[in-house]
Design a binder for this molecule. Structure first.
Ligand SMILES: *[C@@H]1O[C@H](CO)[C@@H](O)[C@H](O)[C@H]1NC(C)=O
Ligand SMILES: *[C@@H]1O[C@H](CO)[C@@H](O)[C@H](O)[C@H]1NC(C)=O
Length: 610
C-alpha cells in the first residue's frame, strides 16, 4: 500500500511538473488528497481534499469526480466561500454522498461498486486548476466455505476422483480458496491431485469462489482429515481466513486384520458386565459371526451387533471359548478372518460358618468357630470383629469367654489376585452370665426437690432388667455390648440421705450398685454423714468422700499435735495456766496466741508469754 501511495504521489508531482512547464510555474493550484482510502462495505468512507493557491482568490470551486470507463462524472461540488456543497443527481452515488466544508467527500453506506478512483478538482480563478486522485478500496468478508458433493464411498483406484466441492460467497476483493489435508495445504505440484477452480463476480460486485478437489484415492488417506479454507484481506493489511467443516474420505477397502478382545480393566469376576469386541479394519465394516463353546458342549451362536457381544452380569457358566468370524468376502485369502479367545470368569462361593447362627456361651467357656469357601483362585480367610482382625485363618478360638468377647464376628474371604472378589458371613456370639454393673456415677442437684438424672450400665446375657429404688422415669439404651439404664427422679430428703439403688437382674443372677445424690454447693458438708453410711453398706464408690475424710483426719492430727506442743511448751512458761486448759482451750488459744504460733513455726526463739 505504501508503494501505491508513493506511486500516486510521484504521479501527482509529475502532473504538477508538467503543468509548471506549460504554464511557466508562476500561477499554481496544489491539491492534497489521501492516495488510498480503505473501508468495509456498508460503512462510511471519508475522502479528504485540501489545496493551496499561489494567487489568492475568493471563489475557488472544489469538485469531486468518479472515473467510469474512460469518462469522468461529477458526483459533488462546493465553493470555497459559501460552503454550499451539493451532490449531483443521477450518479451512482446519488443519495449516499455529501461534501463537507473542508471539501472532503463522504460516502455512506459504501457499496462494492464504489471501489474506484475519485478525483478532487480545484478551480481557482486566475491561478488555474489543480487536482488529486484517491483510490477507494472496499472490503467485504467472505462467508465460511461450504462443502458439497462429498462422495458416500470411494473405491481405491488409480484415477483421480472428485472428493468434494467448496464454495465461498460474498468476498471482496477476490479471496483465495486452499484445500488442506491434516493441516497442510494441498498443492497440485506435490500431490496426485488437481483442482477445478472458478470465480464468479456477482451483480452485487462480490466474488463467489469455488474449487473442486480431485484426488487419487489411497488407503493411507483413510484417516486423513480434509477441509477447505478461504483466505482474504481486510483494511490495514490484515490477513484472515475461514475454514469449512472437515471431512474424511469414505474409502472402500477390504479387511486386512481382525482384532478380538475382552474389554476389561482387570480379571473378570462373577457379576461383572463384560464386553467382547470383534473388529475388522476393512471399510465398510463386515458382518460378524459369534459363537461360544463350553468344554464338552456344542457351539452356541451369539448375537453380537456391530461385532460387540455384551454379557451384562457374567457367571462361571459364561467362561469358555469364544470365536468371531469377520464375513468380508473381498479380503485376500491369506487374511485370517476368524479369531478365538478364552474368557475366564473368576468366582468365590458364599462363606459357610460353623457353627452357624447366633450362639451362646457361658462366661468362662471356650468357643471355636470355623469358616470355609471355594474360589477359582487361591483365597485367604480372616476373622474380624468390628474393624479389628482376630484371626488370620479359617479357625477362630475364643478361650474362656468374657462379656468383652460377645458380639458379631465376620469371616471375610478374599481372592488377592482378583481385585474386588470378596465374600463374608457373620455370626453373633452371646456370652451368658449374671449382670455386671460398671462403676456408676453419683448425681448432683442444686437443692432438695430438684430432679436428678442417674445412669447405670450393665453387661450380661440375656439382657438384664433394671430396677431402680426408689423408682423414677426410666429408659434403656444399648451402647456396644452394654445396656444403659437412665432414671430421672426427685431428689427428696430421703434420696439425699439414703441414695439410690440400681439393680440389674437376669436369669443368671443380679448385681446392684448404690448411687449418691448430693447438693452441689454444700458438697463438703453433705459428704461427712453420708460417708459413714457408705462404709456401713460397703460401697466402694465416691473417691471424693475418701479424699475429704483424709483431709479431716489430717486436720484432727494437726490439732492434736498443736495441743501436745502447747502442753510440752508450758513448763518453760507460766504453770498456773496448765489447770485452765479446758477441752475447748485449744480453739481459744489458737486465736489468742496466733503470733506466738507463727513465731514458733518460723523457728524464732519463743517469747515469754504474758
Ligand atoms: C455382616 O456384617 C457386616 C457389618 O459388620 C455387614 O456389612 C454385612 O452386610 C453382614 N453380612 C451378612 C452376610 O450379613
Ligand atoms: C435385685 O433385685 C432382685 C429382684 O427384685 C432381687 O432378687 C435381688 O436380690 C436384687 N439384687 C441385689 C444385689 O440386691
Amino acid at each position: 500500500m505504501k508503494g501505491t501511495a508513493k506511486f500516486v504521489r510521484a504521479q501527482l508531482l509529475y502532473s504538477w511538473l508538467l503543468f509548471c512547464s506549460l504554464q511557466g510555474c508562476w500561477c499554481t493550484v496544489t491539491v492534497t488528497v489521501t492516495p488510498t482510502v480503505e473501508v468495509m462495505k456498508g460503512e462510511t468512507a471519508t475522502l479528504p481534499c485540501s489545496f493551496t493557491v499561489s494567487t489568492p482568490t475568493s471563489n475557488s470551486i472544489v469538485e469531486w469526480f468518479i472515473e467510469e470507463i474512460g469518462t469522468r462524472t461529477r458526483v459533488a461540488f462546493t465553493t470555497q466561500s459559501g460552503g454550499e456543497g451539493a451532490a449531483d443527481d443521477g450518479t451512482k452515488l446519488s443519495g449516499r454522498v455529501s461534501i463537507g466544508k473542508d471539501f472532503s467527500l463522504s460516502i455512506s453506506p459504501v457499496q462494492v461498486e464504489d471501489d474506484r478512483r475519485f478525483h478532487c478538482q480545484v478551480t481557482a480563478g486566475a491561478a488555474g486548476v489543480g487536482e488529486g486522485a484517491t483510490q477507494l478500496k472496499v472490503y467485504s468478508e467472505p462467508e465460511k466455505p461450504e462443502l458439497t458433493g462429498l462422495p458416500e464411498a470411494v473405491a481405491i483406484t488409480d484415477k483421480e476422483t472428485e472428493m468434494g466441492h467448496c464454495v465461498t460467497k460474498g468476498g471482496h476483493p477476490e479471496p483465495r480458496l486452499v484445500w488442506y489435508k491434516d493441516s497442510n495445504p494441498l498443492s497440485e505440484a506435490e500431490n496426485q491431485m488437481y483442482l477445478h477452480a472458478s470465480v464468479v463476480r456477482e451483480v452485487t460486485g462480490l466474488y463467489t469462489v469455488s474449487s473442486t478437489l480431485n484426488l487419487r484415492p489411497r488407503k493411507e488417506d483413510k484417516k486423513a482429515v480434509f477441509y477447505c479454507r478461504v483466505e482474504y484481506s481486510l483494511p490495514e493489511g490484515v490477513a484472515k481466513h475461514k475454514d469449512s467443516d472437515t471431512f474424511s474420505l469414505p474409502l472402500l477397502y477390504p479387511t486386512e486384520h481382525v482384532t478380538f478382545a475382552v474389554v476389561s480393566s482387570g480379571p473378570v469376576k462373577e457379576g461383572d458386565s463384560v464386553e467382547i469386541r470383534c473388529e475388522a479394519d476393512g471399510n465398510p465394516k463386515p458382518d460378524y459371526d459369534f459363537t461360544f463353546k463350553k468344554e464338552g458342549a456344542a457351539d452356541v451362536k451369539k448375537e453380537a451387533p456391530q461385532g460387540v457381544l455384551t454379557l451384562p452380569s457374567v457367571t462361571r457358566d459364561d467362561a469358555g471359548l469364544y470365536r468371531c468370524e469377520a464375513l468380508d468376502f473381498d479380503s485376500s485369502p491369506d487374511v485370517e478372518l476368524t479369531k478365538e479367545l478364552t474368557l475366564l470368569v473368576h468366582y468365590l462361593d458364599p462363606v459357610m460358618v460353623s457353627p452357624s447362627g447366633p450362639l451362646t456361651a457361658s462366661l468362662g467357656e471356650s468357643v471355636e468357630l470355623t469358616c470355609a469357601t471355594q474360589a477359582s483362585e487361591q483365597l485367604t480367610l480372616q476373622w474380624k470383629k468390628g474393624s479389628s482382625v482376630v484371626s488370620e485363618a479359617g479357625a477362630l478360638e475364643l478361650k474362656a469367654v468374657s462379656f468383652a468377647d460377645a458380639g458379631e464376628y465376620s469371616c471375610v474371604a478374599t481372592v488377592p489376585s482378583v481385585p474386588g472378589l470378596q465374600a463374608q458371613a457373620n455370626v453373633t456370639v452371646n456370652v451368658a452370665g449374671k449382670p455386671e454393673i460398671d462403676a456408676p456415677s453419683n448425681g448432683e442437684v442444686q437443692k432438695e426437690g430438684d430432679t436428678v438424672t442417674l445412669s447405670c450400665s450393665a453387661q450380661g446375657y440375656p439382657s438384664p432388667k433394671f430396677t431402680w429404688t426408689p423408682p423414677g422415669e426410666e429408659s434403656v439404651t444399648v451402647q456396644g455390648n452394654k445396656l444403659v439404664s437412665t432414671v430421672s427422679l426427685e431428689a427428696t430428703a430421703s434420696v439425699l440421705k439414703n441414695g439410690v439403688t440400681c439393680n440389674a437382674t437376669n436369669e443368671h443372677g443380679s448385681d446392684s450398685k448404690h448411687l449418691q445424690v448430693v447438693i452441689s454447693e454444700e458438697i463438703s458438708k453433705e459428704v461427712a454423714p453420708n460417708d459413714r453410711t457408705d462404709k456401713q453398706e460397703g460401697d466402694s464408690s465416691s473417691v471424693v468422700i475418701a479424699v475429704v475424710v483424709s483431709l479431716l483426719l489430717l486436720l484432727l492430727l494437726a490439732v492434736l499435735l498443736y495441743v501436745l506442743w502447747r502442753m510440752g511448751k508450758l513448763p518453760c512458761g507460766k504453770k498456773e495456766k496448765k489447770g485452765e486448759e479446758a477441752t475447748n482451750g485449744a480453739a481459744v488459744e489458737m486465736k489468742s496466741d496466733k503470733a506466738n504460733e507463727e513465731a514458733g513455726l518460723l523457728n524464732k526463739p519463743p517469747t515469754t508469754e504474758q
